[in-house]
Write a protein that binds this ligand. Structure first.
Ligand SMILES: Nc1ncnc2c1ncn2[C@@H]1O[C@H](COP(=O)(O)OP(=O)(O)O)[C@@H](O)[C@H]1O
Ligand SMILES: O=C(CO)[C@@H](O)[C@H](O)COP(=O)(O)O
Length: 500
């Protein structure tokens, strides 16, 4: 039997899926790692944790699931996007990785706009938001010049793990777009942007396609992990690109909603689309395809935060059961999920979340329900941008940890007023990564055949008209909360910064 491994390097954990040639996930192992938030707006991880977690998961697949190393033909990746990983000339890590949900680079965001103006958007099809890699690199340049001087290579998270497994430095196009240093039209690193900001182009690694063969597992990583040196390693993709492949989003009939740590609404696009940076525009993991997406910074993270803070001994299933007992609208309680700032539709690093309408009658269940509803309303905000741009779709495919809950899937169908389905196995990005390896190995001649083999949808949740009407009314109130609270939460964050 032959297998491929899909390594999904998420923000909360790495999940490794072993998939056979019939597209069946035969085994999965995962390993959690911490997220460090030392100051307001900061979010970092230790790249070594990614390598150790990935290795433990692979060792467990071999030892506990009895996968034979010589049967693992190929490996590929899905990686949390935008994170800045800095290596010196000896390929040593220079500082903790600055992640996609780190918003410290607000000043650098404005500096980029001052220097490049409209040219930035023309070249990258994005705005230079602080979540992206380039502003983070400029932050290091301005705040840690001693470290900046030593940088030889800039990588993204999954590229570092791939480097440790193969010894080869590279970045694939889907992650390169997310650095906002790529000229999306030309498919090259943008000399214009890099020169204007005095960044040496040699810091940027070679560009590859997601399905490109990068190298074999090195003998040192083989002895470390138990893998065979005959296993071939392929480029991989940004987690949302890989998630879209794993969710079968290879044409524009469907929209993907991902509830991981972040939340994402994603649609494939022609290269000519332009949302003027309100939505992100990215290269897909499929060569010469593109997608747009809107990102809620704290989707699953908001539910995780609520659980950790108020109900640490409850499971996520227990939380959603408590929410299901409460009425639509959570007895008049609305939550906005801006607890680490927001990216879309409000590119505002300093907004913070709120509970509006707190009432003495409300219970734990109401609070949980309002969190689930608020996260889902934030996706509706993004779907409305698609509607306003006359983009149509027939179905939503929901992936990520949030798709494990049938209650949340029905809630999505009712709030979106659209049919929602999930994957039989919720591991969209890991499956997408495995599909990239399968395509790289030449197991299938085209993506459609690969999707037909690998992607299986579960139950379709239909919107219930009476629920749709009720949620519409609460959403109309939710939609006003950003404007109504922005100034208050900006003032509170200023006070916190001054006093910390
Ligand atoms: N059973 C569940 N019901 C509802 N939500 C869940 C459940 N399990 C996990 N989640 C949500 O999914 C999130 C983790 O999603 P995941 O896709 O694993 O994240 P990441 O890829 O960012 O590491 C959790 O923070 C939580 O909000
Ligand atoms: O920043 C983005 C997309 O632009 C995030 O979607 C990250 O890619 C993290 O993904 P998850 O860990 O939440 O899956």
């Amino acid at each position: 039997m032959s297998y491929v491994l899909g390594i999904d390097l998420g923000t909360s954990a790495v999940k490794v899926s072993a998939v056979n040639q019939e597209g069946v996930i035969v085994a999965q192992q995962s390993f959690d790692y911490p997220l460090n938030q030392p100051h307001p707006g900061y979010s970092e991880q230790n790249p070594e944790d990614w390598v150790s977690g990935t290795t433990v998961a692979i060792v467990n697949l071999i030892l506990k699931d009895h996968l034979k190393p010589e049967d693992i033909e190929g490996i590929s990746y899905s990686g949390q996007m935008h994170g800045l990983v800095l290596l010196d000339e000896n390929h040593q890590i220079l500082r903790p990785a600055i992640l996609w949900n780190d918003t410290r680079a607000a000043k650098q965001r404005h500096e980029i706009t001052d220097v490049l103006g409209d040219r930035f958007e023309t070249i990258t099809k994005n705005q230079p938001l602080e979540g992206f890699t380039l502003p983070k690199l400029l932050w290091v340049k301005e705040n840690e010049p001693e470290i900046y001087k030593q940088i030889a290579t800039v990588l993204l998270p999954k590229d570092y793990v791939r480097f440790r497994m193969t010894g080869k430095l590279a970045i694939d196009y889907s992650d390169a777009t997310g650095t906002v240093m790529l000229d999306v039209n030309e498919g090259t690193w943008s000399k214009e942007i890099l020169n204007a900001l005095n960044i040496d182009i040699d810091l940027c690694p070679p560009l590859i396609n997601s399905t490109d063969f990068v190298g074999n597992i090195t003998s040192s990583y083989a002895s470390f992990s138990g893998l065979s040196t005959s296993t071939k390693v392929f480029g991989g993709a940004a987690d949302n690109a890989a998630g879209a492949i794993g969710a079968g989003i290879v044409d524009d009939k469907q929209v993907m909603v991902s509830i991981g740590t972040s939340g994402v609404v994603l649609k494939t696009e022609p290269k000519t689309s332009n949302y003027r940076g309100v939505l992100q525009f990215e290269d897909h993991g499929i060569t010469d395809q593109y997608y747009s997406m809107g990102v809620t910074l704290a989707a699953g993270y908001s539910l995780g935060w609520f659980k950790r803070t108020f109900l640490p001994d409850h499971s996520f299933d227990e939380l959603t059961s408590l929410a299901a007992e409460r009425p639509i609208g959570a007895n008049g309680l609305i939550f906005t999920p801006y607890i680490v700032g927001e990216r879309a539709p409000y590119a505002d690093a300093d907004i913070r979340g709120s509970f509006i309408g707190v009432d003495g009658v409300q219970t734990q269940g109401d609070f949980i329900r309002s969190v689930l509803e608020g996260i889902t309303y934030s996706f509706k905000d993004i779907l409305q941008i698609y509607q306003n741009n006359h983009r149509t779709f027939s179905q939503v495919v929901s992936i990520g940890g949030g798709a494990k809950s049938s209650f949340w899937l029905q809630l999505q169908a009712d709030i979106f007023n659209a049919p929602v389905t999930s994957l039989v196995n919720e591991q969209g990005p890991g499956l997408g990564a495995a599909m990239i390896a399968a395509m790289g190995l030449g197991w299938y001649s085209d993506w459609k055949t690969c999707v037909a083999k690998f992607v299986q949808y579960g139950k379709i949740y239909q919107p219930q008209p009476e629920h749709v009407a009720q949620y519409e009314q609460f959403y109309a109130v939710y939609h006003q909360v950003y404007e109504a609270t922005a100034s208050l939460s900006h003032q509170l964050l200023q006070l916190r910064r001054r006093n910390s």
